[in-house]
Write a protein that binds this ligand. Sequence first.
Ligand code: SAH
Length: 458
Amino acid sequence: MTSQKSKSPSTPHRPSQGNRDFRKRTQRSGKPPGNEKISDHKNTEQQNTPRGAPQIPTGSAAAQPCILLKAGREKSLLRRHPWIFSGAIERVDGAPVSGDTLPVRDAAGDFLAWAAYNPDSQITARVWSWREAENIDAEFFRYRIANAQSARRELKHTDKSNGMRLIHAESDGLPGLIVDQYGDVLVMQIGSAGAERWRDTCADILQELCKPVCIYERSDSDSRGLEGLELRNVVLRGTLPDNVEVVENGLRFKVDVATGQKTGFYLDQRDNRALTETLARDKDVLNCFCYTGGFSLYALRGGAKSVLSIDASGDALTIAAENLTRNGLDESRAEWLEADVFQALRTLRDQGRKFDLIILDPPKFAPTAAFAEKAARGYKDINLLAFKLLRPGGLLCTYSCSGGISEDLFQKIVAGAALDAGVDAQIVHHLHASADHPVLLSFPEGAYLKGLVLRVAG
Ligand code: SAH
């Protein structure tokens, strides 16, 4: 197979847009059935705020600032779920502004939590602490950040990789704050008014604890708008090196911190990419939604016979091809295609192409459960087509990073796709995000990434 790289049209990524617009792309290349309004973003895993500023009843401005819940609406807080939706609020006393820390009380006035207030968001408050005696101050953030750092140290994966998620928002007790580490560069993403308020404090603490050469802020995902926050894409501390690289299990990937997707790289798929390497030997591989070539490079190093990689982003594909060279992998086994996957899968089917291993790692189709139905159509469509492209005995590695699609529902969608494709398949692996993306037990929304490896009958 020849190495063919389609370059992007010369439009550079506009930082404020973060990811490319998947909807526009599908429209331009012909709209496939069932994916009309699928969200394009994969870079905002936990920011599932519904649209529109809520109406929040206010009490006396002279009273002590406090969020008072409606009777019976304290239940989720008692289970330690950290979000307070506008509909649960009886009234807000005092005259707090966005980002303020307020006590949350039940209808009887009993203390429940300290939370960051955001009147512009449907998630009107996010809990910092359940302890009444806690002070939400610099020391509090130092403790939480240090705790996240030591939890990552215990994972010991720095032996294998210099990239990791250092802070995973709600699941690390820091709602709205994501920090990814790429060697000595930290990339921070802020998705809540509370984290926004403490941005500089957190940056100072991270500088002190991690001593990076740069802390870069990529707070430019669309979901910031839903929180009433402005988009920001700036150096916070230090200087951004020209060439940021993540080394993962010995493979080197360029990370485009300033204009790439998300914080520049998808660290959550690290372990799943490593698994792909073990499955790829002598196989014809199709990697859909390949971004900068993560799964493709692992498959090539694992001895794949050929790897066809597809993505709608020309910029991502340019980096993917660079990454191939960077790692000295055999270019003659790699083919890169800039295309809409929904369309490309149909074309491959019509051409009678067949593969032994297919990877589907699409962007987030359903940010919330409200989008689940439309998203389900999109997932079913690509999985059905993929099943049809597999040779007997072939493997499908299929993922969903939609917070609005549960693991159970995802499995049902994939089962429906196999049925309609007329194949029998068995689940070989249930997959999740790597361990540096922990999931707080009381916050199931943190388990956004789910995957299945399926083997179709021989
Ligand atoms: N598997 C990748 C991450 C994939 S992120 C890794 O391991 O790094 C999702 C990718 O889907 C993004 O690169 C985005 O550009 C691409 N994308 C979004 N919609 C698409 C579409 N309709 N067709 C092709 N690619 C699409």
